[in-house]
Every structure is written in C-alpha cells, then in structure tokens.
Design a protein around this ligand. Structure first.
Ligand code: DX5
Ligand code: ZN
Length: 220
C-alpha cells in the first residue's frame, strides 16, 4: 500500500529566532504547509514562550497558521490570535470547564476559524470522543507539553489508532495531529497509526538538512 502523505507542521519553538523569517520560508518551499506556534503561559505548562504578537509578525508568510495554546485561559487570547492571522486555534481539554462552549465562543470571533482540541499524554481519548464532532482537529500530545526535544511517548500510538478508527467509523472530518518527539523513526509509527498532521520542532530545525526532514515527514 502507498505511504500516506502527511501535512508537516514545523514548530517554530525550535527554530533560530534570529533568522525566523528565512527559517519559515525554507520550511514552506520544502513543502510544509502548516506553521505551528506553541504559546505557553508558565501556568498550564512550566515554560513561557511568546505571545500573539509572534503570529502578527509571521502569519503573512503564506502558511496555514496553526496555533497551539498551552495556557489556562484560551478565551483570553483567542481573539487576538485570530485578528493577527491564526487559521486554527487548538486549546487543551485540561484547561477548560466546557470544551463545547469554548469552541463555540472561539468560532464567534471569526466564521473562518478552525478549532482544535488537544489532550496531554495522560488524558484518555474517551474524554473527548463524545464531542469530537464539534472540532476540526484533535491534537494528541506525544510528550508532556512544555518543551521541545523530548522523547516520544509510545502509548500515544494506541490513542492515535483508536481515534483514527472512531473518526472513520463516525465519518467525521476531524483531522488528527500529533505533537512531540517526532523524528525519522517515530514519523513512520504515527503514519501507520493514522495521523494526518505531524508537528516537529527539533527534528526539522536541528537537522543539517531541513528540506530532507520535511520530505521524510510528508512521505513524499
Ligand atoms: C511541546 C510543543 C511542541 C514542541 C515539539 O510542548 O507543543 O510543539 O515544539 O518539539 P519536538 O518536535 O522537538 O518534540
Ligand atoms: Zn505544540
């Protein structure tokens, strides 16, 4: 059977911030179509990165702007991210009381916005299945959120496989994205398990050949 082609989503967390514009252009010309922004608040995760201003600065580079909010209060910043060019806002199930209401409120900021829901490695998929139909994307964290460069948690594969089956059985359009510890080896495991989009930070940006790393992810 032919290899399934994936969408590559480089995470700028691991990029060279001093030449970010060039880094993004290199990713785009190599075939990556999503650009993944990891926004952290130092509360939901033990790290702080950048805020929505980053999206404003880099969202015009011709990529699909995939914003991963690892923050306690996604609604506080969602509108700003959307106004600055976000195409997809993904928030964490663990951060909100009512995920359906949260996605409804995010959609009110713009009719075009896509909304995703993410789960941490220890959150079972059963917690999101009942309302997956409200989401454009489900993001399976395959490391504890907070830092790039961690090792892929192998139990994520089973979560991806079961999500794939559920989404196909229910005929949903929800995309499955995986984030954390993706490299030349784990990409083939997640491809086989059924993901659609793969986020990668260190594998792409610490590689001596970004183009090759992106091609490996896509499966071209
Ligand atoms: C981790 C972030 C990831 C991170 C992935 O909390 O959500 O997007 O950049 O980095 P790698 O690919 O290095 O594991
Ligand atoms: Zn991320």
């Amino acid at each position: 059977m032919a290899k399934k082609k994936l969408i590559a989503a480089p995470s700028i967390l691991s990029a060279d911030l001093g030449r970010l514009e060039q880094e993004i252009q290199e990713c785009r010309t190599a075939g990556a179509s999503f650009l993944h922004y990891d926004i952290m608040d130092g509360h939901f995760v033990p790290n702080i990165t950048f805020g929505p201003d980053f999206i404003k600065r880099f969202s015009k580079e011709g990529m699909f702007n995939d914003v991963h909010l690892m923050i306690d209060d996604p609604l506080k910043y969602a509108a700003k991210c959307i106004n600055f060019g976000a195409d997809l806002i993904t928030f964490h199930l663990e951060a909100v009381d009512d995920p359906i209401e949260t996605q409804e409120m995010i959609r009110q900021f713009s009719p075009k916005i896509k909304v995703g829901i993410s789960i941490k490695p220890r959150t079972p998929i059963e917690k999101i299945l009942p309302f997956l139909n409200h989401f454009d994307l489900v993001l399976v964290m395959s490391v504890e959120p907070g830092f790039g460069g961690q090792q892929f948690i192998i139990s994520s594969l089973d979560k991806i496989r079961r999500l794939r089956k559920y989404i196909d059985d229910q005929k949903l359009n929800t995309l499955i994205e995986v984030d954390g510890g993706i490299n030349a080896e784990t990409i083939e495991m997640v491809r086989e398990a059924g993901v659609d989009v793969a986020v990668a930070g260190s594998y792409i940006f610490k590689s001596s050949d970004k183009r090759e790393a992106i091609k490996t992810i896509i499966g071209a």
